[in-house]
Design a protein around this ligand. Structure first.
Ligand code: ZN
Length: 215
């Protein structure tokens, strides 16, 4: 077992040396504090690495990832990350980043049975069922799944805006904007879904408009 991961230590050593030679103060600066301006909430998918996609170095983006970038009000893990990011780190932007071709969304769309994960994907099926008439207008299965990727990311924006953390932050006048994006594995580009919001009301309104634009 130890042999099969030996190259990771070698990679790590090379990386550490490169970072140090490019910027001798890099690690010393990060030891003292992190002050990221962004919270990234994305999918666990290995093809969607937060820092690389938006070209940011360690220390510049606070990250939470789970299967299909879902934020539900009973998930203490996600809520704690949002709380820490907003109240302690004072991030200015929260990016909810779905991605086209998401396996979790496809499984949810098609009712595939995966075991334990089905319970988690149920949240996405709630989004699917809510918009089933609209989704059924798309006959191509991959296109239908991609629209659900967008709807899911947009829906999670509303969920984040409805958390007590964001509501309290906005009440005390803290400027934090919540955005919904969808990333394409095909060309590495993010698409803004047009639901950026700075209040709960704005999130609900922009979500409604964005759903109409889906087709
Ligand atoms: Zn995914």
């Amino acid at each position: 077992m130890s042999q099969s991961i030996e190259h990771l230590f070698a990679n790590n050593k090379t990386w550490s040396e490169r970072m140090h030679s490019e910027d001798p103060e890099f690690f010393t600066r990060l030891v003292n504090q992190q002050s990221p301006e962004y919270l990234w909430i994305g999918c666990s998918d290995s093809r969607v690495p937060a820092n690389q996609v938006i070209g940011l170095a360690p220390g510049e983006v606070f990250v939470h990832r789970n299967i299909a970038n879902v934020v539900v009000h009973t998930d203490l893990n996600a809520l704690s990350v949002i709380h820490y990011a907003v109240e302690i780190l004072r991030v200015k932007h929260i990016l909810i980043v779905g991605h086209y071709g998401c396996g979790g969304v496809k499984a949810a769309m098609n009712d595939n049975k995966t075991g334990l994960t089905d319970n988690w994907l149920r949240h996405i099926q709630d989004v699917r069922d809510r918009h089933i008439d609209r989704l059924e207008r798309f006959t191509e299965p991959s296109e239908r799944a991609d629209r659900l990727c967008e709807l899911n990311a947009m829906h999670q924006v509303v969920n984040v805006c409805q958390t007590s953390v964001l509501r309290e932050a906005w009440q005390r006048g803290q400027g934090v904007t919540v955005h919904g994006w969808c990333y394409s594995l095909q060309d590495g580009l993010v698409r803004d879904l047009g639901v950026s919001s700075r209040t709960r009301e704005e999130a609900v309104e922009r979500y409604r408009d964005a759903v109409e634009r889906i087709g």
